[in-house]
Design a protein around this ligand. Structure first.
Ligand code: BGC
Length: 541
């Protein structure tokens, strides 16, 4: 998952530098930001399936659960808006905090933003682990949500700025890998604490303090990125840090590049206005819709609620938590597959293959539940095993497609003029749709019963059509040359100018100021400025 605001300068350059201790620390830090997010995703389902947690905060749900064990209403046993709010409040808070995190990251740097995230996490964990009533629990979740908003903005950006260029691409998916490890870690913790007689949930919620504490420590100890220092005018500090992290004395070439990038980014004064320009419509639509689709694969029905779901199907508490560990592990391993394959096979093929796999597994699960759970009778042991296997098939396909690519593609399609704004839209719309699923899933399960899996399978069909018709392949295309994918696309080409605008040096540019100062069309016809109408023409920021 990537945060906003990365600035790149177009040409493919290679700078000197070793893999220093600082860079390794950076990776560990990434793991903590991602782990923390993943831990929050994975922990709530296990906790809400624990009876003493329900007895303390949601006695109605517990009564309903015990009652429905004897009736045919098992699909509705967890249907409770407040219980869902326990999970979803984090994402709503994360969504709101993204709007604050973005300017803080820009104005004050990545380091203070991470520190704020770490502190929010720590206080949130204390509220959660010590919770005496529902209010404390929700306040804790909201604080964790603020942490997620700040961490998801700053950490990926910090990583991409600290890492040597050759590591940059892989780090995008590595952050997602850290998220999946966090989910698995939470599943394992729940499996352990589920066996405790009392207050296992406090341990589950409290152990989030480990990644939270580490992130806070990182926010205090790690250096600010040279990019951010240079951008804020602290040139000498920037040079010093660059020397330190690259482990060499002569960093002039990279330093100059940073200064250029900082100047360029200063000229982009209204990224949100740029984002709304007609020529950026394809990217905006794709980034937004990919977040909707990612969440409407139904993945978080599993990630948030797997233990609850498995109990609904008649698994014992222990087996439910154990099954969640299995799906969590499949999620991690399959994300590694994405890292290996994505730049070889491409994005579209991964999405299309996964779509078929998701559709088949979801439909098969629906059929098994429809047939095997008649009148509320639990699934037989063998059918239960088949359902777990099918959920693993489903999770694996998500983990090498919509999981990482839902973040990777939006982070690589926006032109520089709208990149930071595009990322903010990506992060906030993702958190919004995550919130929707978290708040609605248990009620939908109650209303649709086994049909919930057909509901998500239906969306998968629509996603397939979208990928086939509207999603161009972005594999191997340099980020600053992405324009060609739109100009060549049968549908999106109507939104973009025919040819790129060149500056005096003949380099295609998307920077507004350059365009209006040095307008020089790429076409040989001097009368044509390369734009179809005034609508498309760049605006002076
Ligand atoms: C999604 C999360 C999801 C996770 C599962 C991420 O890409 O954004 O909502 O929980 O994948 O691994």
């Amino acid at each position: 998952m990537a945060g906003g605001g990365m600035v790149t300068t177009g040409e493919v350059k290679h700078f000197e530098g070793k893999a220093t201790v600082y860079v390794v620390l950076t990776c560990i830090l990434a793991a903590c930001g991602g782990l923390m997010f993943g831990y929050d995703v994975g922990i709530s389902g296990g906790v809400t399936s624990m009876n003493d947690f329900l007895a303390k905060f949601f006695p109605n749900v517990l009564a309903n659960k015990l009652r429905s064990a004897q009736t045919s209403n098992t699909y509705c046993q967890y249907n409770d808006q407040k219980l869902q709010a326990f999970t979803s409040s984090l994402y709503l808070a994360g969504l709101v905090s993204t709007f604050f995190a973005s300017p803080v990251t820009r104005r004050y740097g990545r380091k203070p933003t991470m520190l704020i995230a770490g502190l929010c996490f720590c206080v949130g964990v204390i509220f959660n682990a010590a919770a005496q009533d529902l209010a404390m629990l929700i306040i804790g979740r909201v604080l964790l949500g603020w942490g997620v908003g700040f961490a998801n903005q700053a950490v990926p950006l910090y990583l991409s700025e600290m890492a040597p260029t050759r590591w940059r691409g892989g780090l995008n998916i590595l952050f997602q890998l850290a998220v999946t490890i966090g989910i698995l870690f939470a599943n394992l913790v729940n499996y352990g604490t589920g066996k405790m007689k009392h207050d296992g949930w406090r341990v589950s919620l409290g152990l989030a303090g480990i990644p939270a504490g580490l992130l806070t420590l990182g926010g205090i100890l790690l250096p600010e990125t040279p990019n951010s220092l240079v951008q804020r005018g602290k040139l000498e500090d920037g040079r010093k840090v660059l020397r330190k992290i690259r482990g060499i004395e002569n960093v002039d070439a990279e330093f100059e590049d940073l200064i250029l990038a900082a100047e360029e980014s200063k000229r982009i004064t209204s990224p949100f206005r740029n984002l709304m320009l007609r020529r950026n419509r394809p990217q905006l639509i794709i980034a937004f819709i990919m977040q909707f689709f990612q969440q409407f694969t139904g993945i978080n029905a599993i990630m948030f609620y797997a233990p609850v779901l498995f109990q609904t199907l008649g698994f014992q508490s222990n087996a439910s938590l154990y099954s969640a560990v299995i799906t969590g592990a499949v999620n991690v391993v399959s994300t590694v597959v994405a890292i290996v394959v994505v730049d070889r096979a491409g994005r579209r093929i991964l999405l299309l293959e996964a779509g078929v796999q998701m559709f088949i597994s979801q439909t098969a699960i629906a059929i098994i539940l429809a047939v095997g759970m008649k009148n509320g009778v639990s699934l037989s042991h063998s059918l239960g095993v088949v359902v777990v296997v099918l959920i693993c098939v489903y999770v694996s396909s998500f983990a090498w497609s919509w999981g990482p690519l839902g973040w990777l593609i939006p982070s690589e399609i926006f032109p520089l003029e709208a990149r930071s704004a595009g990322q903010s839209v990506t992060v906030s719309s993702n958190l919004f749709f995550t919130f929707v699923i978290a708040q609605a899933f248990l009620s939908m399960l109650c209303a649709f019963k086994w049909g919930i899996f057909l509901f998500f399978a239906g969306w998968v069909v629509i996603m397939q059509i979208f990928v086939i018709l509207f999603l161009p392949e972005t594999k191997g295309i340099p980020i600053e040359e992405m324009e060609v994918v739109w100009t060549r696309h049968w549908f999106w080409k109507r939104f973009v100018p025919d040819a790129p605008i060149l500056d005096h040096a003949g380099i295609p540019t998307t920077d507004d100021t350059k365009k209006s100062n040095n307008l020089k069309p790429a076409t040989t016809n001097g009368a044509d400025n390369g734009y179809h109408n005034n609508h498309d023409a760049p605006q002076q920021a």
